[in-house]
Design a binder for this molecule. Structure first.
Ligand code: GLU
Length: 444
């Protein structure tokens, strides 16, 4: 291809967009980058009543967060004069005409709308995903292209802007397929080339219904605020309706740029599965350094845990991250008391301390033995590995469950918690010994 590729993402800032829209942005971006082309971001704000700066900013924030930097930024409303100029020329050339019509609201007001003079022909266009598409345009009639000479409507604005921006590939949602013949007719009337089209299949929720805000689809910034990683969203959303045909699932942005194939996008609707997103997110959490993980934990730190020392937090990092789908889950975990053992000495339920089918007296015996062993490890050698190595042969001999359950329970007071060696490491030598001694004296 000699011509430089130019793609665009052309959202209307009339709401916060969900992943379905961002998939369009991702594909348009990847295609531009892999062809060393240009990626245009065009905010289609001609619907003044519904467009807001907040929604526009939300789109900009989301794209930035995902790492989809644009080369050119355009706000459609700012091209209004140019749209008008084209409209006037179309009228002068006989491709459009002013039609005086009564307003549909029953007010009896007469409006001067502009209609396109439809040549009523078959329009065929090539779609990279659907193949060749032919549609007859007769049913469209002389469709409206401007509310009045000053207010061009969607089709005209899109065609003029695509033309002026030199868009070579229009990558957009399937909901626009039926608009394409109208837009091609306008292109021909104004002498604009027809770009290559790629209409992307719908993105569905798990209920197989079109993804929508009303059905709980989240805005991209909501994922950000929940503590998802942008790499995970980018990777996951890129794979809704596309895959490279190999087993590989994890792709960095550069790998996506290299691997993505527009004509490999599936024709049938694709499902956005939040569980799959969680899987991607966990994979990307694992790829972070422990410092990066720690910083994210700090960012999402529940008030309840804010008193934890930095040293303890460092030890908690792997414990926390292996349990998380996304960092915002920390709040729920903290609310459910999952990290209470870090904040205060737990209340011990003696009925549970020995573990299922075991006697309190035995638990006491094992805990005393454990204490004896632990006291032989000095402060500077204290860590999960040395604690485990010191206790292991006794635990094997006496039965791991018999020894390790009471120890773990004495330290955490919870049915579920990290293993006792990790707990001993998190709590430190002194606190570990104090808690086990406390459990022993409670039994006595
Ligand atoms: N502004 C349109 C939308 O938000 C997209 C138009 C286009 O891609 O041609 O759906």
């Amino acid at each position: 291809m000699d011509q430089k590729v130019v793609t665009r993402f052309a959202p209307s800032p009339t709401g916060n967009l969900h992943s379905g829209s961002y998939r369009t942005a991702i594909f348009a971006y990847l295609f531009a980058r892999q062809n060393r082309g240009t990626f245009v971001l065009r905010i289609e704000d001609t619907d003044k009543a519904r467009s807001t700066v907040e929604y526009e900013n939300n789109i900009l924030d989301s794209l930035k967060w995902l790492g989809l930097e644009h080369d050119i930024f355009v706000r459609q409303s700012e091209n209004n004069l140019r749209h008008k100029e084209v409209l006037e020329k179309m009228i002068a050339d006989g491709h459009a005409y002013i039609s005086k019509e009564e307003a549909k609201d029953g007010s009896g007001v007469i409006k001067e709308i502009v209609r396109f003079k439809n040549p009523n022909i078959d329009v065929t266009f090539h779609d990279e995903i659907k193949g060749d598409v032919t549609m007859h345009t007769k049913d469209l009639g002389d469709f409206v292209i401007a509310k009045n000479i000053n207010e061009p409507l969607f089709h005209l604005a899109v065609v003029v802007d695509d033309f002026d921006e030199g868009i070579t590939h229009v990558i957009r949602g399937e909901d626009h397929v039926s608009n394409t013949p109208r837009q091609i007719l306008i292109q021909r009337a104004i002498g604009a080339p027809t770009p290559v089209y790629a209409h992307l299949p719908l993105v569905l929720g798990l209920d197989k219904q079109k993804l929508s805000k009303r059905k709980g689809a989240l805005a991209m910034t909501e994922y950000r605020d929940l503590g998802y990683l942008p790499e995970a969203l980018l990777n996951m959303v890129a794979m809704v309706g596309w895959n490279p045909g190999t087993e590989q699932e994890l792709f960095s942005k550069d790998e996506l740029v290299a691997a993505f194939k527009l004509n490999q996008v599936q024709k049938s609707p694709a499902v956005f599965n939040p569980e799959k997103l969680n899987w991607f997110n966990r994979e990307y959490i694992k790829k972070l350094s422990s410092d990066e993980q720690k910083n994210l934990i700090k960012k999402f730190m529940p008030e309840k845990l804010s008193g934890i020392s930095d040293e303890m937090l460092s030890k908690l990092v792997p414990v926390i991250t292996e349990r998380l789908n996304y960092f915002g889950e920390l709040f729920k975990m903290a609310d459910e008391g999952e990290f209470d053992y870090c904040i205060s000495t737990p209340q011990i339920d003696l009925a549970k301390l020995p573990g299922k089918g075991n006697e309190l007296a035995n638990a006491k015996l094992h805990l005393e033995k454990v204490l004896g062993i632990l006291k032989n490890i000095d402060e500077k050698n204290w860590n999960a590995v040395t604690v485990k190595e010191s206790l292991w042969s006794y635990a094997e001999e006496a039965g791991k469950g018999n020894v390790l359950w009471p120890m773990r329970f004495a330290l955490s007071g919870r049915d579920k918690s990290p293993d006792p060696f990790t707990l001993a490491d998190i709590l430190g030598r002194e606190e570990t010994i104090v808690r086990i001694e406390k459990a022993v004296s409670l039994i006595s």
